[in-house]
Every structure is written in structure tokens, then in C-alpha cells.
Write a protein that binds this ligand. Structure first.
Ligand code: PEP
Ligand code: MN
Length: 338
């Protein structure tokens, strides 16, 4: 349920209403002080609350039931776009944020070098996998804790905040120390025990859509994290599995505007894993920007032919640089910047 309060309701009054609602109905309240109006979102069993009874309150303009099962992630709860700070970088505003870097961290020198190059080309965040969820147990599994330490050092040398994928709640302590944003990969989008743990921490989460999950399921996974207390969730469309075999996955471009209408959370697109081929990154990235994405996550490798994972879809740092040059006017055409 959502209560829209009358203009000019004081913070004190808002606190009183929240206390009254939680004392009388046992629901959790989250007030959102927006530009102009204040909204109180109610979560929990609201079935005993009658809209008319709440609307009788002098400060309440109107009350509405929220039909969707996701509450905190719902745009009705929070009409303004949410801005999330990752290191010093703001995500969800006018500026489109690009995270770039290799699929896997391969050495300290490699990640530092790629970090400097993508930063100079316009990336705002550095990506790099250390715990790799590979389809084959015989494939490179990542440098694990050592890889995360190299990410931290690359952050120190380049100044870019870093993002890396977690695969197990037992790794959480390491991630809290070494990264600025924790990525949940497509294979773990419904690892609910992991999501619950991530709800307890204070660190932004990049939640990628499961390759066989619906948009509603993605929003419910965000709700798992948010209901635990962590509101800093960025969603990422990275392609879903369809009958099409020409591309690694099928980029669900309509997920971007659909998500933007249903949720206030920022939305990223990963054109690298969606297409699975380096030359497809550019058209998919352009489409993502025009569709309204708040950010892109792009794989960039110093030597794609010899990459230990995902070389076929990785750009060279030089290609990344020219790509960003061609993405800037696309962003500007819709009133945004990179
Ligand atoms: C990745 O970012 O390297 C990755 C494994 O992504 P996804 O979970 O989308 O496949
Ligand atoms: Mn990859």
C-alpha cells in the first residue's frame, strides 16, 4: 500500500503517521521525501488496512493498494529515479555510466593496464571477474581472492571504482573489503540465500537478469535484496535464452523501457554477453542507450585472442576507445551524456 501525503506535511508529522501505522497494523513503513510530494510505502500484511480509514487522516491525500508483488523496487513506492553512488560515481542520473574491463582478471599488470586504458577512454567503473561461474569445470575458474586483490590495486592505481561477481555467500567478507559494487551473475539471480545475505550489507549490487527469467522475476530478486535493508540495487539486462542461435543470447531490448516504467532502480545493459560477438557490441550498446539504459557493462581485453574467458566477445582497448567516441553522440541525441 502507498500513502500519498498532502503538500507541506512536516517530517515530524510523517514520523507520527509511520509510528501510528506500525503500532496499529504491524506493517513496515518507508517514507520517501520526493520532489514536492511525500509518499509512505507500507510493506507487510496490509489486508486489515482499509483505504477509507487511512484516507480519513488529515495528512493523507490518497491511499492506494500496490497489486504487484514487488514493493520496494516498485516505481509506485518511489516515483523519482533512484541515484546510487558507487565509489564516487553516481548511477541513475543523466550521465550514462560505462563499466569496462576483462571478463576475468588474469594478472595484476593486465588489470592495471586495462583499467588505465578504459578510464582514459571514458569508462567510469572497472569490471573484472575473479570467481568465474564457468559452464565447464575444466575451464579457467578465475584467480579468486588473488584476483579480487588485483582489482583493489587497480582501483588504487586507476582511481576507478571496481565491480566483480560473487558466486557464494562465503565470499562476502572478501567482497566487502575489495570491491565497490558486487555483481550477481545470470546463474545466481535466483540464489535466494545469496540475495538475502546481500540484503544485509551496505554495498551496491549489480543484479543481472537470469538467462531464463522474466522481468517480474528479476524485480522479485531485487526485492529480496531490498527487503533485507540494502536499497542500492542496479538491474542489468544481459540477454536471455531463446530459440535463436545466431547470437549467444537474445538481448531483450524491451526489458529496458519496461523496467524503467516498473521500477525506480537504475538499469544497465551488457551488450557483450547478450550478443557474444565483439562486432555486435556496438549496435547493441547503441540500442541500449536509445532504449533508456543508465549504464553499460562491456568486456575489454588487452589481447582478446588469448583471453582466458570470453575473448570472442571482448573488445581491444583501442576498439573500446573508438566505440565510446561513437556512443557519445547517440547519448547526446537523447539528451544524455557519457
Ligand atoms: C560476466 O559478467 O562475466 C558474466 C559471467 O556475466 P553473466 O552472469 O551475465 O553471464
Ligand atoms: Mn564474461
Amino acid at each position: 500500500m502507498i500513502l500519498v501525503l498532502k503538500q507541506g506535511t512536516t517530517r515530524e508529522k510523517v514520523d507520527d503517521i509511520c509510528k501510528w501505522l506500525s503500532d496499529s497494523y504491524g506493517v513496515q513503513t518507508s517514507p520517501i521525501f520526493g520532489s514536492g510530494t511525500t509518499i509512505i510505502g507500507l510493506v507487510g500484511d496490509t489486508s486489515a488496512i482499509e483505504l477509507e480509514a487511512v484516507e480519513m487522516h488529515e495528512a493523507v491525500e490518497r491511499a492506494m493498494k500496490v497489486q504487484e508483488p514487488y514493493k520496494r523496487a516498485n516505481r509506485k513506492f518511489h516515483p523519482d529515479d533512484t541515484l546510487i553512488k558507487v565509489g564516487g560515481v553516481e548511477i541513475g542520473g543523466n550521465k550514462i555510466c560505462i563499466a569496462a574491463g576483462p571478463c576475468s582478471v588474469e594478472s595484476e599488470d593486465q588489470i592495471k593496464m586495462v583499467a588505465d586504458m578504459v578510464r582514459d577512454s571514458g569508462a567510469a567503473l572497472l569490471r573484472g571477474g575473479a570467481f568465474k561461474p564457468r559452464t565447464s569445470p575444466y575451464a579457467f575458474q578465475g584467480l579468486k581472492a588473488e584476483g579480487l586483490m588485483y582489482m583493489k590495486r587497480a582501483r588504487e592505481s586507476s582511481g576507478l571504482p571496481v565491480v566483480s561477481e560473487i558466486t557464494n555467500p562465503a565470499q562476502l567478507e572478501l567482497f566487502m573489503e575489495f570491491v565497490d559494487m558486487i555483481q550477481v551473475g545470470t546463474r545466481n539471480m535466483q540464489n535466494f540465500e545469496l540475495l538475502k545475505e546481500l540484503g544485509r550489507v551496505r554495498k551496491p549490487i549489480l543484479l543481472k537478469r537470469g538467462f531464463a527469467n522474466t522481468i517480474d522475476e528479476l524485480l522479485m530478486s531485487a526485492e529480496y535484496i531490498m527487503s533485507g535493508g540494502n536499497q542500492d540495487v542496479i538491474l542489468c539486462e544481459r540477454g536471455i535464452r531463446t530459440f535463436e542461435t545466431s547470437t549467444r543470447n537474445t538481448l531483450d531490448i524491451s526489458a529496458v523501457p519496461v523496467l524503467k516504467s516498473r521500477t525506480h532502480l537504475p538499469v544497465f545493459v551488457d551488450p557483450s554477453h547478450a550478443g557474444g560477438i565483439a562486432w555486435l557490441v556496438e549496435p547493441l550498446a547503441k540500442a541500449a542507450i536509445v532504449a533508456g539504459a543508465d549504464g553499460l557493462i562491456i568486456e575489454v581485453h588487452n589481447d582478446p585472442k588469448h583471453a582466458l574467458s570470453d575473448g570472442q566477445q571482448s573488445l581491444t582497448p583501442e576498439d573500446f576507445k573508438s566505440l565510446v567516441g561513437r556512443l557519445r553522440p547517440v547519448a547526446e541525441a537523447i539528451g544524455r551524456s557519457i
